[in-house]
Ligand binder design. Structure first.
Ligand SMILES: *[C@@H]1O[C@H](CO)[C@@H](O)[C@H](O)[C@H]1NC(C)=O
Ligand SMILES: *[C@@H]1O[C@H](CO)[C@@H](O)[C@H](O)[C@H]1NC(C)=O
Ligand SMILES: *[C@@H]1O[C@H](CO)[C@@H](O)[C@H](O)[C@H]1NC(C)=O
Ligand SMILES: *[C@@H]1O[C@H](CO)[C@@H](O)[C@H](O)[C@H]1NC(C)=O
Ligand SMILES: *[C@@H]1O[C@H](CO)[C@@H](O)[C@H](O)[C@H]1NC(C)=O
Ligand SMILES: *[C@@H]1O[C@H](CO)[C@@H](O)[C@H](O)[C@H]1NC(C)=O
Ligand SMILES: *[C@@H]1O[C@H](CO)[C@@H](O)[C@H](O)[C@H]1NC(C)=O
Ligand SMILES: *[C@@H]1O[C@H](CO)[C@@H](O)[C@H](O)[C@H]1NC(C)=O
Ligand SMILES: *[C@@H]1O[C@H](CO)[C@@H](O)[C@H](O)[C@H]1NC(C)=O
Length: 896
């Protein structure tokens, strides 16, 4: 086993501490998506449910026929949904899940109300926008290929189409020529959407940034160039100003974008999953099958480590886009001035939250003079510290949270804090701390200049005015640390069933683009959300150049020509390619894809795991060129990533997973051959998993089949497999099933036989009971994803009728599962469920003594077989209900 020198790399890890809070999509209570076998009137369908449900959204489209419905009086309606599922004309019933706007980083935003002194204007001359140079997109623009005639549907927060760089209008003839608002400003994912025809984004920003990456027009002061400036955009707004979106609305938006004739659909949205089967992903797969390429951001949960694919990117045939960092660090900084011993100069900063800097002119005070201090200001300041109310405190970013640093400054009276960055550029900092009225960030270079001056005994007086009124400018520096390498935040695949994810990467870290006028007009953001629209634009350029929009052909071309990169961590590269699970095929090389004459029949290969090992696979190579080409094949291994840090651990380790240079060996038949012009050849690949690896730690191996042609073509085909058994992986942490109190944020277990007093039946959402009641919270830790998670309510007293008639499922005595369970297609991580006593058949469990028996299906397990589940039980607990306000006595509770 060849262990790579990661330990030393890890020692170099300093800042960029990112909280890992992978979020599990939540469910909208009582809301379901119903899919019909064949078309039917949704209003009639709903009224057939006896007035118990209302229509959330009619979902009758060419490729999906159904509706989402909302039960008001859930009690009987839930029995109905179970019945609905078994009705002959119903294909499926799925809970409505909520997904958040992806967690992206806003580095800085600025305004166009200034002359762009430092910007490189690029209206004339060749495209030198760094993200275009990285992906060869510049070559298209230089040769006049700009996406003309291609329609890209964007599903996002809407678009500020009134922005001068985004066309200035909406509708026919405009850059944003079609689309709609499915939700309205006030929608938060939990309330009722109020759709209208206007997809304007004036309060969020995410979708406006995405649109500019694809198609920003030359009319802007910062030289921002859309990658495909002449496409037409469709804007489907699915988020309000804040909050989430339900998958029923996403399904509707995708189908509308499809039916409106989009040639490509892009969505920078997702939630933790790891399974291709959830309904949103399945709908996107269907649209791809019908000829429209769909690109979806891979997710920003890189910190969670391997096996953290996000939906809908993890859908079959859906193209998941990973992120690499920009080779330049753009920063939009607000203008301010400072004076050293009275000699003044100007500087740029990024205001944070709180951001009240109304004409502040104060001297700086620095927490020490060590500009490489990894944990500057992370402890209480010494006794000798002066009263800081007359100063602005200067502190370096790193180790502890911004709020901690601000709090230590506030303890000594400070009202203002300026952080200087420990990596290139700036970020918009949030540090709401009592006493602090303004925080801001400056670049590491600016911080160092000031610290040196203070160390030399100079007085540094900083003058900052309201950032909304201050001018702003763009600063560019070379990103020597991470430029061109995979972004740390990019989520890792593959899916639990070993579909290769992500497909390829595009620049998504440190991206300058348009932002709503109301929020500053321009912004620098990071996320796979920013990589995904770049990939969509590249598809448009390929449709122009190759005259086909077949998703498979284009994905195969982009994958074969993408450029894999080595693994890099904190500015240090390893001498081995990054795993396919992190980078897919590598960074898009659009021009090579547009001009390749050698075509492969697949975009990747999965050899599956040892139980399902399929070592022999075929793919074809087509020579569409005009001359015979001789090809030779070889295998280039990428780093093998261990899922588990040791043999006893059951949860995948967080980023970075331990990497080794153990490679699979591949044999090719034939491996050196000539294909005449216009012919194709089938290649058989036979894989042998890497030897000497520890299979108990689930090593995920991967690499690239290099295909080199005598015409100097150089293609690579990514592959992946697991040298171990996915089924053998424990999915349910044995310590992980417990009962906690619903209001206990720390989820600590309650003692056995605790009593929970629940609100009266049907009143669990009534806040007036909040004070007097506490629900049992089932907390389950899933070590790995599980396709089925059950929780049976086991009766422990015989005093109720319900308990006496309890059934048995998989050997467990049960009166049913809490409403909404079983949960399907679960990501790993913490699963929480607050139980108000209601069961999956719509009745309430009688007062009494119970425990939860939890069962989670193993990966590749047969859901009808008890032994395929990991099982755990909680402690016993009692439930009681507050008296029914209508005075009803529940006979079923008698005697308990
Ligand atoms: C601009 O690009 C074209 C096409 O790639 C190239 O021929 C030309 O030399 C470039 N011009 C400059 C100034 O780089
Ligand atoms: C500024 O003044 C202080 C105190 O007079 C002196 O020590 C320091 O060297 C001066 N700095 C510069 C840059 O002149
Ligand atoms: C920034 O402020 C300085 C004066 O403090 C001024 O000379 C300069 O023009 C300003 N730049 C911008 C972009 O507003
Ligand atoms: C791996 O094998 C399992 C079991 O046959 C199958 O369900 C799954 O789809 C396979 N994965 C891939 C990527 O082919
Ligand atoms: C692969 O191709 C060979 C030769 O054409 C053929 O004999 C074999 O059946 C194919 N195998 C698979 C798995 O498709
Ligand atoms: C391909 O095969 C030919 C003849 O079998 C041999 O001469 C040549 O060196 C081989 N090329 C490579 C790259 O293996
Ligand atoms: C819980 O209560 C039951 C019945 O009252 C009793 O048999 C059991 O020992 C108790 N469990 C614990 C851990 O106290
Ligand atoms: C909760 O109870 C406390 C003390 O009994 C009371 O002061 C408070 O107003 C109650 N809050 C609500 C929301 O009922
Ligand atoms: C409850 O009743 C069932 C059937 O009547 C009996 O088998 C079981 O032992 C009883 N359990 C308890 C805890 O009394």
């Amino acid at each position: 086993m060849v262990r790579l020198d990661l330990a030393t790399v890890l020692l170099a890890v300093t800042a960029v501490a990112r909280a890992v809070t992978p979020s599990t999509p939540s469910i909208v209570p009582g809301a379901y998506i119903v899919e019909y076998e064949e078309d039917q009137d949704s209003n009639a369908f709903v009224s057939n449910l006896g007035g118990k449900a209302s229509l959330r959204k009619d979902l009758r489209f060419k490729l999906f026929k159904g509706a989402s419905i909302q039960f008001k009086d859930t009690k009987n309606a839930d029995r109905m949904i179970a019945k609905v599922a078994t009705m002959p004309k119903i294909k499926g019933v799925y809970p409505v899940r909520r997904y958040p706007v992806p967690h992206h980083v806003v580095h800085s935003t600025g305004s166009d109300a200034v002359e762009a002194v430092l910007a490189k204007r690029q209206e004339e001359g060749n495209d030198t926008f760094t993200t275009h140079l990285m992906t060869q997109v510049n070559k298209f623009r230089d040769s006049g290929v700009t996406g003309k005639g291609v329609k890209i549907g964007i599903i996002d927060t809407g678009t500020d189409y009134l922005h001068p760089a985004l066309g200035g209008c909406f509708g026919e003839g405009c850059l944003v020529s079609y689309g709609t608002d499915l939700v309205g400003d006030d929608f938060n994912g939990g309330n009722t959407p109020t759709p209208d025809a206007d997809p304007l984004d004036n309060c969020n920003g995410h979708g406006t940034h995405v649109a500019g990456i694809i198609a920003a027009q030359a009319d802007n002061p910062y030289g921002i160039i859309g990658a495909a400036q002449d496409v037409t955009l469709g804007s489907y707004r699915v988020f309000g100003c804040t909050g989430d979106v339900g998958n029923d609305i996403l399904i509707a938006a995708y189908n509308m974008a499809y039916e409106d004739g989009s040639d490509i659909i892009t969505a920078s949205i997702g939630g933790a999953s790891g399974w291709s089967e959830d309904p949103w992903a399945a709908v996107v797969s269907r649209i791809v099958e019908n000829g429209v390429p769909c690109v979806v951001s891979a997710g920003n949960d890189g910190a969670a480590g391997i096996f953290y694919a996000s939906t809908a990117a993890n859908g079959k045939k859906v193209t998941a886009i990973a992120s690499v960092d920009n080779t330049a660090t753009p920063a939009l900084l607000s203008n301010a001035s400072f004076a050293i011993n009275g000699t003044s100069d100007f500087f740029g900063y990024t205001a944070g939250e709180p951001g009240v800097w109304d004409d502040v002119r104060l001297p700086l005070w620095s927490v020490g003079f060590d500009t490489s201090d990894p944990a500057n200001g992370c402890e209480p300041y010494p006794e000798s510290t002066p009263d800081l109310s007359g100063y602005i405190v200067l502190v370096r970013r790193g180790t502890c949270a911004f709020v901690d640093k601000a709090a230590y400054a506030a303890e000594k009276g400070a009202k203002y804090v300026i952080f200087y960055n420990n990596v290139d550029g700036t970020v918009s900092v949030a540090a709401s701390v009592e006493g602090i009225t303004g925080v801001a960030m400056v670049t590491p270079q600016q911080g160092e200049t000031w610290v040196r001056a203070l160390e030399a005994g100079s007085e540094v007086v900083v003058h900052i005015t309201d950032p909304l009124k201050a001018g702003s400018f763009l600063s560019y520096s070379e990103n020597a640390l991470t430029g061109g390498f995979l972004s740390d935040f990019t989520s890792w695949g593959p899916t639990y069933e070993l579909e290769v994810k992500p497909q390829f990467s595009a620049p998504g870290g440190l991206i300058l683009s348009t932002y709503p006028r109301a929020l500053g007009s321009y912004g620098v953001l990071s996320g796979t959300s920013m990589a995904c629209p770049m990939a969509a634009a590249v598809y448009a350029l390929l449709i122009n150049s190759r005259g086909t929009k077949d998703p498979k052909t284009l994905e195969n071309l982009l994958s074969a020509t993408a450029r894999p990169n080595v693994f890099r961590l904190q500015g240090r590269s390893l001498p081995v390619l990054a795993p396919v699970a992190q980078q897919g095929a590598g960074l898009l090389q659009a021009w090579d894809a547009a001009h390749a004459t050698t075509l492969l029949s697949v975009s990747s290969l999965s050899f599956n795991d040892t139980d399902n090992f399929s070592p022999v696979q075929n793919f074809s190579i087509s020579n569409t060129g005009e001359k015979a080409v001789t090809y030779s094949l070889s295998n280039i291994g990428a780093a093998t990533a261990y899922t588990f840090s040791d043999e006893t651990s059951i949860s995948p380790s967080a980023f970075p997973n331990e990497l080794t240079a153990d490679f699979a060996s591949l044999a090719f038949s034939p491996n050196n051959f000539t294909i005449p012009a216009g012919q194709r050849k089938i290649i058989t690949v036979t894989a042998t998993a890497p030897k000497g690896v520890n299979v108990k730690r689930l090593p995920v191996y991967s690499g690239y089949i290099a295909i080199n042609g005598s015409d100097s073509s150089a293609l690579s085909l990514p592959y992946l497999g697991v040298a171990g058994s996915m089924h053998s992986a424990v999915v349910l942490d044995p310590q992980g099933a417990r009962v906690s109190a619903s209001r206990d944020q720390s989820n600590s277990p309650v003692p056995a036989n605790s009593t929970f007093v629940l609100p009266p039946r049907g009143f669990s959402n009534d806040p007036s009971y909040g004070n007097r009641t506490e629900l049992p919270k089932l907390v389950v830790m899933l070590a790995m994803g599980s396709a089925v998670l059950r929780a049976d309510v086991v009766p422990l007293s015989n005093c109720t009728a319900a308990a006496r008639v309890a059934g048995t499922v998989f050997g467990t005595k049960t009166i049913g599962q809490p409403e909404g369970l079983p949960a399907l297609w679960n990501p790993r991580g913490r699963f929480e469920y607050r139980w108000d006593g209601k069961l999956d058949d719509g009745t309430y469990a009688p007062a009494g003594r119970y425990r939860f028996a939890v069962k989670a299906l193993r990966i590749f397990g047969d859901r009808d077989v008890a032994t395929e589940y990991d099982a755990a039980e909680t402690v016993d607990f009692r439930i009681q209900y507050l008296p029914d306000p209508l005075g009803k006595v529940r006979r079923q509770d008698e005697g308990c």
